[in-house]
Design a protein around this ligand. Structure first.
Ligand code: FEO
Length: 401
């Protein structure tokens, strides 16, 4: 079994989940990890747990790195079951002197695992700015509500300038390597972006506040140990992921348009291709995604990275095509911001899908283009209208601020 030192007696003691592919609706292309960290000092602290079923793998690493020393503090940064599922079992196995968590985490632990169980633990509730000394190192806690749940908090090891922010700055990425600098940067940043789009996109304003709070508290970050994926230990990697979070959370995106569609008898598909031609004529980059055949987590990532989104649907039974309806439900929950957007599609004798799409995209606060709906199969004139829609979308994206 591998040992992995993040820095300064802070050991990675997580578990690797190579086979997970469905993470509450987020399709994982490359599995994930459940990271936890063991900090050795005069006192020993374990930060975070892992998903139920992975506790033995994690415990073996804890025992290997601790050399049999007792864990004094078990910090629970976040109660979602991918981190806390093993906590009751770990408490039995490790018998930590104290369990440290936020007030909301304590409530959630009681709901998940039983007030009688939690009542037997020695729980210390902490808030932003509270510290626990391990000897030479100090743990400092920062509440991070909605990153990813209300109970979430970050743990900062002040002397090691190391941030353990649980779900923030993570990626769903299982690899034999533990550090971002050991894996192809494009893969790491693609998975970090997909993770942000599918997990954290609804919470951009909270992320902006958190980044401000970190600055105000004088927190210097030289290494980041997230709860999923690889760790960031080089200054350029730490800077890259923080800059990406600044960009994503403020709604900045590339000068590109993603055209998302599905099709019943290829009419909406013909419209899609004509729209793409219009976008290309304006020299704006674009991507076409067929919703029914593409993982929605990949489509959500494309939305995050694009200034413009155009969504096309055939009408079925006076409403959205089912795959498009499912995607829109998912997208609305993610609450993307600052997009140029438009709806298009085809229908038979009566419409419905395009007006529904238009109103759903409008409700997200986007800069809307005129919707475009055609009957049956597009004529040459109607395809030219699609080209004009693509051109107009591209012009708006180019003037986007
Ligand atoms: Fe990785 Fe919100 O749990």
């Amino acid at each position: 079994m591998d040992r992995c030192l993040l820095r300064d007696d802070i050991w990675w003691v997580g578990a690797i989940d190579w086979s997970e592919r469905d993470f509450h609706g987020y399709e994982l292309a490359r599995g994930t990890t459940y990271n936890a960290y063991l900090i050795l000092d005069q006192k020993v602290a374990l930060v975070d747990g892992c998903r139920a079923g992975f506790g033995e793998e994690m415990l073996a690493r804890v025992q290997m790195c601790s050399g049999g020393r007792r864990v004094d503090y078990l910090v629970v940064n976040h109660v979602e079951p991918d981190h806390s599922g093993s906590i009751p079992w770990l408490v039995e196995e490790l018998a930590p002197r104290e369990i440290i968590c936020s007030k909301r985490a304590r409530e959630a632990l009681s709901k998940y695992y039983g007030a009688d169980v939690i009542g037997r633990w020695n729980v210390r509730v902490v808030a932003t700015g509270d510290q626990v000394s391990l000897g030479a190192k100090t743990l400092e806690f920062i509440e991070a509500p909605m990153l990813h749940w209300p109970d979430s908090m970050f743990t900062y090891v002040r002397e090691a300038k190391t941030l353990l922010p649980n779900d923030a700055f993570g990626q769903h990425l299982a690899t034999a390597r533990r550090f971002a600098d050991e894996v192809d940067t494009h893969i790491v940043m693609e998975e970090a972006g997909k993770y942000y789009a599918n997990i954290l996109m609804p919470f951009g304003s909270q992320i902006q506040k958190m980044l401000g709070k970190i600055k105000d508290m004088g927190i210097e970050i030289e290494a980041i140990g997230p709860s999923h994926g690889v760790m960031w230990r080089r200054p350029q990697d730490v800077a890259r992921i923080i800059e990406a979070y600044v960009r994503w959370s403020s709604g900045q995106a590339s000068e590109q348009i993603v055209v998302l569609y599905d099709t019943m008898w290829h009419s909406t598909e013909k419209m899609t291709l004509a729209i793409a031609e219009g976008i290309a004529q304006e020299s704006v980059d674009f991507r076409i995604i067929r919703i029914g055949t593409t993982p929605r987590s990949e489509a959500a990532h494309a939305v995050l990275e694009s200034r413009g989104i155009l969504v096309g649907s055939p009408t079925l039974n006076n409403g959205l095509f089912p795959t498009v309806a499912g995607f829109m439900t998912y997208l609305k929950g993610l609450r993307p911001k600052n997009k140029v957007a438009g709806a298009f599609g085809s229908c038979g004798w009566a419409g419905g899908a395009v007006s529904q799409l238009d109103s759903e995209l409008r409700a997200l606060g986007f800069d809307m283009l005129e919707p475009l709906e055609i009957k049956y199969s597009p004529t040459q004139d109607e395809l030219e209208a699609c080209v004009r829609l693509g051109q107009e979308a591209a012009r708006r994206v180019k003037s986007w601020v």
